[in-house]
Design a protein around this ligand. Structure first.
Ligand code: ATP
Ligand code: MG
Length: 399
């Protein structure tokens, strides 16, 4: 990456599919980009119909890029130098953008979006390439170049760019409502969280803790996971539910084989109450069909029966291998496999029912006043804000 780049050009991608919503989506994207980059105080932002431009001023392009890679709604971006739409200036900027002392192969890809610009693309390609060849030992390679010098000429400005840097895709967080994601310490639920945010849904997380059966380490691990995913939406609220009493009551009053099903029904009741309180329209989990004995369609029926709030299961049809690949990509995998118990593993019955009957669930639930306990859980939730980690400052900035 080169320090001579003074702008970043952002492309929206998938947004272009959404005719009517387009404007509000782009507005939300602008808000999210600014929020994600708020610690880079000298940045300047400009929004246009199909692009967004960031003027870097004194900020470090590499650090800004790292943050941008996590903002949903961006299909790709490029570092750029802005010049006047003037061929001499364009050529000079192309030369400035490269380390011409190194020996490289290159290709020029020029484009006019302003068709009144007097020099056509082919001619621009030739003029720029000739200038580079004259000022360096570089060679042209149109098929597999080390460097692609991209030139775009608009009506008011021209941009000289690097190759595209892939963005996070999806929709800007905030355009798709809000959901409560059940976040355990496992592999699946952080991936489910990521996929919800990628669809533009703002999330809050719920974690059910059963101290002293689950340890502080287990809870810290969940907070670490929350920290790892929160860069995709900015701040993230995690609700920690004191779940011990309710879980003990289940074990006291129900057949062991139904414990997991009942526990999940209670989780959903609590999540429904919290969703209402926090004005969320859905609940999401990391369940996947057949992954464990209790994750069957019959089990999902029994779980869904306790709430009319939609339950979204983003990884429901994914293979474990696919989920693990995504977990590795978003950086949660290594934390997820740390061996701390969660509330499910503590009370794992030997033979969980794979096809629970709703009638039997109700029969067990009639044996105790679970409603009061559910309300207690909702009342006594501890809500913790998680913020993205501050970017590491480079040595240059420290001195
Ligand atoms: P994960 O890897 O997400 O833990 P898992 O395969 O271990 O998934 P389960 O433990 O059966 O699956 O849980 C299924 C889903 O239920 C989780 O993905 C999560 O959404 C939710 N869940 C389970 N335990 C908890 C918990 N202690 N707190 C919050 N949510 C939980
Ligand atoms: Mg789990």
């Amino acid at each position: 990456m080169d320090y001579r780049y003074d702008h970043i050009l952002i492309r929206y991608g998938e947004l272009s599919l959404k005719g009517k919503n387009r404007n509000s989506f782009i507005k939300q994207l602008m808000v999210n980009v600014k929020k994600a980059l708020k610690s880079f105080v000298t940045l300047e932002f400009e929004r246009q119909h199909d692009r967004m431009y960031i003027y870097l001023h004194d900020e470090n392009a590499e650090q800004v890029s790292e943050v941008l890679k996590k903002v949903f709604g961006i299909s790709s971006f490029s570092l750029a130098i802005k010049t006047k739409p003037d061929m001499d200036e364009i050529i000079q900027a192309c030369l400035d953008s490269q380390d011409l002392d190194a020996c490289k192969t290159f290709k020029v890809a020029a484009r006019r979006s302003d068709k009144t610009f007097p020099i056509i693309s082919d001619q621009m390609n030739r003029l720029v390439a000739t200038a580079i060849l004259k000022n360096s030992n570089w060679k042209v390679d149109v098929h597999n170049p080390d460097v692609k010098v991209v030139v775009e000429v608009h009506k008011d400005a021209a941009y000289i760019m690097t190759d595209r840097i892939e963005g996070a895709g999806g929709y800007p967080v905030g355009v798709g409502g809000k959901a409560m994601v059940l976040l355990s310490g496992g592999i699946d639920s952080p991936v489910a969280s990521y996929l919800m945010m990628k669809r533009g849904t703002h999330i809050e997380c719920i974690h059910y803790a059963s101290p002293p059966y689950t340890s502080q380490n287990a809870q810290d691990k969940v907070m670490e996971l929350a920290q790892q995913i929160c860069g995709y939406q900015g701040d993230l609220l995690v609700h920690v539910v004191p779940f011990t009493n309710l879980q003990l009551a289940i074990y006291q009053h129900a057949d062991e084989s139904y414990a997991i099903t009942l526990m999940r029904r209670m989780m959903m009741r609590i999540a429904t109450g919290l969703a209402e309180k926090r004005h969320a329209q859905a609940i999401a989990t990391g369940e996947s069909i057949g992954q464990v004995a209790s994750q069957t369609l019959e089990s999902m029926q029994a779980i869904n029966e306790v709430t009319s709030t939609p339950i979204i299961r983003p990884v429901v049809c994914m293979d474990k291998v696919e989920i693990i690949d995504l977990a590795k990509k978003i950086g949660t995998y290594e934390t997820s496999i740390l061996p701390y118990e969660d509330c499910c593993t503590i009370f794992t019955p030997k033979n969980p029912v794979t096809k629970p009957k709703i009638d039997r669930c109700k029969k067990y639930e009639d044996r105790f006043d679970f409603e009061t306990m559910v309300n207690d859980c909702i009342e006594n939730v501890e809500s913790i804000w998680i913020h993205p980690k501050k970017e590491d400052k480079t040595e240059e900035e420290l001195f």
